[in-house]
Ligand binder design. Structure first.
Ligand SMILES: [Zn+2]
Length: 291
C-alpha cells in the first residue's frame, strides 16, 4: 500500500462535513465566485447532467466533525477519509519546504454534499478548491464516479494525485498566480487550461518529492510509488482530460471549449512535474505549441 503503516499521520485538521454544515461566510459568493470555481473544478465542470452522481446518501444536516481514527499510515491505507487527511499532512509539509510563508488550506471531506462560498460540493461537481475560503472540498465517492463513468479504477496514488492537484490551486492562490492570470476564456491555450496543467504539474512534483516527507519521528509518510501506481495516476489524469470527457458525454471533441486540457496534456504536465520538480511547472511561460 501507499502509506508506511507505522507513520504518524494524525493531526491533519481535516474535517468531514455533510449538508447544511458550515454556513457560507458573509460577503463572498455570487457570480464572481461561481466564475472562479468553474475554473477550479478538477474535472472541468458539473458532472450532474452527465452522470447524476453516485452514492451520496442522506447524512445528518449540519454535521461537521474532525476526521477520527486516523493516527497511523495503516489507518490511511484502510480508510479513504484518513487517506485524504494523511495526504494533506504530507502535501502541506512538502509545500512548507517549497513556498516561503506557506499556509495550509482547510480540507473538507464532503459527506454527500455541502455548501461552500463557491457553490455546492458533491461527487457530481467533483473535487475543487474554493479560493475565497482557501478550502479544498473533496467527496471521496467521486472516485466511484471516475470508475463507473470513465472506467478509471483510481487507486491510492491516483486519489492522492487528485488531492495534490487541488492543493496546487491553493499554491496558485497564495502565490498570486491566479490574480496574475485571470480567466480569458476557454481553449487549449487559455489561462484556465494553463492553470489546470500547472496544478497537474505541481501534483507530479509532490509525488516525486513525497518519499522525502516524514513524520515527527523521521518515518516517511509514504512508500516509493511503484511503476504501476504512477501509471494509475496517469490514467486518472487521462480520464479527466477535456477531450475524453467530451467524447464520453457528446461523442464530439471541441478544443475551443476546453477548460482543463486534453488527456495527453494533463499526463504530460504531471510527468513534467514528476521529473523536473516545481521549477519546471511554468505553464504560463510555455508557448502555445509547447503546452
Ligand atoms: Zn483544477
Amino acid at each position: 500500500m501507499t502509506f508506511n503503516s507505522n507513520a504518524n499521520v494524525g493531526g491533519s485538521g481535516a474535517k468531514r462535513r455533510g449538508p447544511g454544515g458550515g454556513a457560507i461566510a458573509g460577503g463572498v459568493g455570487g457570480l464572481g465566485a461561481i466564475a472562479v470555481i468553474l475554473l477550479q473544478i478538477f474535472t472541468g465542470g458539473d458532472f450532474s447532467s452527465l452522470l447524476g452522481g453516485v452514492g451520496g446518501g442522506a447524512p445528518s444536516a449540519g454535521s461537521e466533525t474532525e476526521i477520527t481514527d486516523c493516527e497511523t499510515g495503516a489507518d490511511a491505507n484502510a480508510n479513504i477519509d484518513c487517506r485524504l487527511a494523511a495526504g494533506s499532512k504530507a502535501i502541506n509539509q512538502f509545500w512548507t519546504g517549497e513556498v516561503q510563508g506557506y499556509r495550509p488550506p482547510q480540507l473538507i471531506i464532503v459527506d454527500g454534499s455541502t455548501s461552500s462560498a463557491c457553490g455546492t460540493a458533491s461527487n457530481a461537481t467533483g473535487p475543487f478548491y474554493c479560493p475565497p475560503e482557501e478550502t479544498v472540498y473533496i467527496d471521496p465517492t467521486f472516485f466511484d464516479v471516475l470508475e463507473q463513468q470513465f472506467g478509471d479504477d483510481a487507486g491510492p496514488l491516483a486519489q492522492l494525485y487528485v488531492l495534490a492537484h487541488e492543493y496546487g490551486h491553493h499554491i496558485q492562490q497564495i502565490a498570486g498566480i491566479m490574480d496574475a492570470h485571470p480567466s480569458n476564456g476557454t481553449g487549449p491555450e487559455s489561462n484556465g487550461v494553463r492553470m489546470e496543467l500547472q496544478a497537474d504539474c505541481f501534483a507530479g512534483a509532490w509525488v516525486a518529492g513525497m518519499t522525502r516527507q516524514t513524520d515527527e519521528n523521521g518515518v516517511p509518510f509514504l512508500e516509493s510509488p511503484t511503476e504501476e501506481q504512477i501509471r494509475d495516476a496517469l490514467d486518472a489524469a487521462a480520464a479527466v482530460g477535456d477531450d475524453h470527457i467530451q467524447e464520453q458525454s457528446s461523442g464530439r471533441v471541441s478544443p475551443e471549449s476546453w477548460t482543463h486540457g486534453s488527456s495527453e496534456q494533463r499526463q504530460r504536465w504531471f510527468t513534467t512535474g514528476y521529473q523536473g520538480g516545481v521549477g519546471s511547472c511554468d505553464t504560463f511561460g510555455a508557448p502555445g505549441n509547447a503546452l
